[in-house]
Design a protein around this ligand. Sequence first.
Ligand SMILES: NC(=O)c1ccc[n+]([C@@H]2O[C@H](COP(=O)([O-])OP(=O)(O)OC[C@H]3O[C@@H](n4cnc5c(N)ncnc54)[C@H](OP(=O)(O)O)[C@@H]3O)[C@@H](O)[C@H]2O)c1
Length: 292
Amino acid sequence: MRVERAALLGGTGFVGRALAARLVRAGVAVRVVARNADAAEGLPEGVTALSADVLDAAAIRRAMAECEAAVYLPGLVHGRSRRVFHDVHVRGAQSCADIARELGLQRFIFLSALGAAAGAPAWSDQTKAEGEREVARAFPGTVVVRPSLVLGPGNHFTTRMLDLMRRLPVLPVVGPGTRVQPVHIKDLADALRGLLKDPLEAGPVIQAAGPRVWTMIELLEVMRERSRVRCRLLGLPESVVLALAAVAERLPESPICRDQVRLMRTDKIADAGLADLATLGIEPADPLSGSL
Ligand SMILES: NC(=O)c1ccc[n+]([C@@H]2O[C@H](COP(=O)([O-])OP(=O)(O)OC[C@H]3O[C@@H](n4cnc5c(N)ncnc54)[C@H](OP(=O)(O)O)[C@@H]3O)[C@@H](O)[C@H]2O)c1
């Protein structure tokens, strides 16, 4: 199927920008939709920016009108109540999927996360799993993409961690033994572009993970070494981090909340039984290339 027009809901973020740039290069008319899309700087040339909240059904209907495909990208890791996560991962996603079906779109992709599970300890993972279910019900044929940590130029994780490592003599590490399998943004964006073009024969879920598994502290050690930064990494007991996060999450620009601590209780790695990038013919690159 040829996708002529696509709506990227949450398209001004890290993943959305990379995907938008690829789609524009492939000749697709791209609408990026986010609450502050009008004010977003440095969007790929050629995209149309539309400001709307995913919970505003009328605005989303206008944004998706005449599109063949939509990708749902909004996602949170920070929040002080389950409702905050539910609004974005479930209510907003389900409403957008309903509208996509009513408008007759042919493709709907939902960005979830490795670790999403109804019984997961973190609200963010629980509500991603609920979102996967509800979106698939609302839009039959939905493709769910579950990335691990996404790295690459301008990514949130290495930018923030290296900034802290350069400023602090000791960096406390949340979930030091949690295993992650970071994926390079170019591989994720290629996968999403491919999934918009061709129907998925492998099944409704694709895991986007990189070529190797690290524990969180191993990953930070490699980043520290490759960037030649001197900073001690200190794995703290979860009870201590939870107590700190309970105080920190009340601050306006808080660096951490308790749900992020709970998120790190479970590994974010691919399950050997499910489809992954190799299923799409993508050989995953070193996720740290261009990330440091
Ligand atoms: N980056 C990673 O390492 C990673 C790992 C696993 C899974 N994922 C998943 O991949 C997806 C994309 O991640 P990302 O890193 O690109 O996220 P991001 O950079 O934080 O971007 C999120 C986007 O969603 C928009 N947004 C948030 N709330 C919205 C709302 N209520 N209505 C409309 N737009 C809204 C934001 O713009 P405004 O603030 O202007 O609305 C922004 O455009 C997320 O679902 C995330 O959970 C990411």
